[in-house]
Write a protein of this length. Structure first.
Length: 101
């Protein structure tokens, strides 16, 4: 499990972003990673409701919303399925297009 922050880091999150960047590098060897954008959970609701944090990110976000936990679970189940046996070294961005916006 990685994060979009391993690809596009955020100021003030150096340790988290660095740890995810390492996972991105390791993924290129023989595994896949799921890279969610900020996920809405009980532990993140207060943080994600802060306009100071979300303001710079939601306006250009193509879908205009954060990632839900079910989005992450579904991407993970997809990569665990037999249908992806030949896929390796891939980073699956579960971010509604945030990385490319």
């Amino acid at each position: 499990m990685s994060s979009t922050r391993g690809i596009n880091p955020k100021d003030g999150f150096a340790v988290f972003c660095t740890s995810k960047a390492v996972l991105e590098a390791l993924t290129k060897i023989k595994v896949n990673s799921v890279n969610p954008f900020d996920v809405v959970m009980e532990s993140t609701k207060q943080f994600l409701s802060n306009e100071e944090y979300t303001g710079p990110y939601l306006p250009p976000h193509p879908l205009g919303k954060f990632t839900e936990l079910d989005d992450v679970v579904n991407a993970t189940l997809f990569l665990l399925s037999d249908g992806t046996a030949i896929i390796t070294g891939s980073n699956v961005a579960v971010d509604g297009g945030w990385l490319i916006s």
